[in-house]
Ligand binder design. Structure first.
Ligand SMILES: [Zn+2]
Length: 188
């Protein structure tokens, strides 16, 4: 970690446009017990904190960064691949047990199908488009277009395989060009 922090500029930037203008949105949810004598909230029963780092240039979320304590830190198994990689678009299907999908119709459907198929990586890191889904007895076959960042086709395939929570079948995988860096002097 010490070594990494020494070269903070490698990861403390937008993975898409490499801008270093970042902001963090913190959301806190706290549940406080009310003191019956004074009416004042006192004991902290529960606290949930959610932090999302965003790029001010291209406005995208930065899933390779997270907050630890009061500092932004890189997500170890993600940041190098995302910052140094290029976007890959996969056309694929994931076959999952129907119990893995909370709801497959209505406004929550796309997110539920994505989470059921790819877990947290699907909803947080990848850009997914659910084309359609089919039921096959107890299983659901979800047809996706997925965009993710990787340094090679092999790595993109591996990331999809690791994220997949069912049987993954990739029908096509193509490299796209990276969005232009916001300043030439910051390009690698
Ligand atoms: Zn950006």
């Amino acid at each position: 970690m010490t070594e990494l922090n020494g070269d903070r500029s490698a990861w403390l930037r937008c993975y898409r446009c490499w801008a270093t203008d970042l902001e963090v949105q913190m959301h806190y949810d706290a549940i406080l017990r009310i003191d019956p004598e004074t009416g004042e909230p006192s004991d902290r029963l529960d606290e949930v904190q959610e932090a999302v780092v965003q790029c001010l240039r291209c406005l995208h979320d930065q899933p390779h960064l997270t907050i630890e304590g009061d500092k932004v830190v890189p997500v170890e198994d993600r940041w190098e691949r995302m910052v140094a990689g290029t976007p890959w678009v996969a056309s694929c299907t994931v076959t999952v047990d129907q119990d893995q999908v909370e709801s497959c119709s209505g406004p929550e459907a796309a997110e539920s199908l994505t989470y059921g198929a790819f877990g947290e990586a699907g909803t947080r890191e990848f850009f997914t488009h659910v084309r359609f889904h089919k039921h096959d007895e107890e299983r659901i076959i979800v047809h996706f277009l997925v965009e993710l960042y990787a340094r090679s086709a092999e790595e993109a395939t591996q990331v999809l395989e690791e994220a997949s929570r069912g049987v993954l079948e990739i029908t096509s995988l193509a490299e796209e060009s990276r969005p232009p860096a916001h300043a030439a002097d910051e390009a690698h």
